[in-house]
Design a binder for this molecule. Sequence first.
Ligand SMILES: Cc1ncc(COP(=O)(O)O)c(C=O)c1O
Length: 391
Amino acid sequence: MNDSTAAFDLASLVAAHDDVNAYEAVVPPIVQTSLFTFSSYAEMEQTYKGLKVRPTYSRGLNPTVRIFEEKVAAMEGAEDGLAFGSGMAAISSTVITFVKPGDRVVCVRHVYPDAYRLFETLLSRYGVSVTYVDGRDEAAVEAALPGATLFYMESPTSWTMETHDVQSLAAMAKRHGVITAIDNSWASPVFQQPIKLGVDLVLHSASKYLGGHSDVVAGVVVGSKEMIGRIRSGTLPYLGGKLSPFDAWLLIRGLRTLPIRMKAHEAAALHVARRLLDHDAVASVEHPGLGNQLPAGLSGTSGLFSFTFREGAVDIAKFTDALSLFKIGVSWGGHESLVVPAQVVRVQAAGPNSAIDFGVSANMVRLHVGLEGADALWNDLAAAIDSARLA
Ligand SMILES: Cc1ncc(COP(=O)(O)O)c(C=O)c1O
């Protein structure tokens, strides 16, 4: 982590918005209710006329969910936030709010595969087209933007870990009057705050680092009051992908340790990535922190990265099975270390096979480096490579 992130007082923001007048409890209550009753006809009428803001039904407003939304908005430096029952619910509701038939979306290549499938299968059915660009090629982005409605970003990208100059891309989109949205799940607000880089809407799979314990599936979007208001009133009530109060409570708990977890993921992943880079069985390591300098706006790196074995060096199935601390599984962002061999996701039966479309080679392996300890994790990987060597 560099000095600017260390100086950022994230801890005080994480502590914000807990005062819900509940017996002065240090932890806010789980308001586990579907509906809220009114004391009188007059109060109900005032609420429906919009003269009084108070919860009516938890699909709209729930106090525990609201605390989570306000915390994430504060951490990202945004005016407002809205939470969902999954990251994909946040992504789909946001995108659908801002596009209509005939519109065009520009999307950086190699985004999270289910976001790509949303664009390829659902948006195309409703007459919205998508242009994919290499986000590192600013001339290509500039050429694609005129006439587009929305520019969808992810930096670093899934699997291939391509990083972009988010500030420069956001400024470019602004010049062309194009709304910008970014998936910030990988960096978390600890390492990247895209609102401050000029992006309009910041999305998270809160199932990842925000939750941090692999016990919740959730999503959130933050942005200006006006834009979040459009999603809140124009899309969420009808698509209905609302976060539950109990899951919001777990996420609030997760947020309290986000800064220290991110520092621990960063240190352990960098240790493992550097050791892999030096290993003779490894052809390349796709980790944004291994170059001389991080891209502008990214102040640190998280625990997720990929590496590629030299062709014929290792039996990848045997390597995977020989690991003991790294569990075999998708998702990431929790306390635990995980491994995904690319050759398995490349044979996925359903949907467009984006792993191949995205140039993910069969020799690639994705790791999530958890909190078990860098030395123990490296020893686990080194022993598994040794036991699976072919050449
Ligand atoms: C980068 C990224 N964005 C979005 C998502 C989708 O989030 P969720 O699984 O919470 O719907 C994922 C899930 O793996 C992801 O890796």
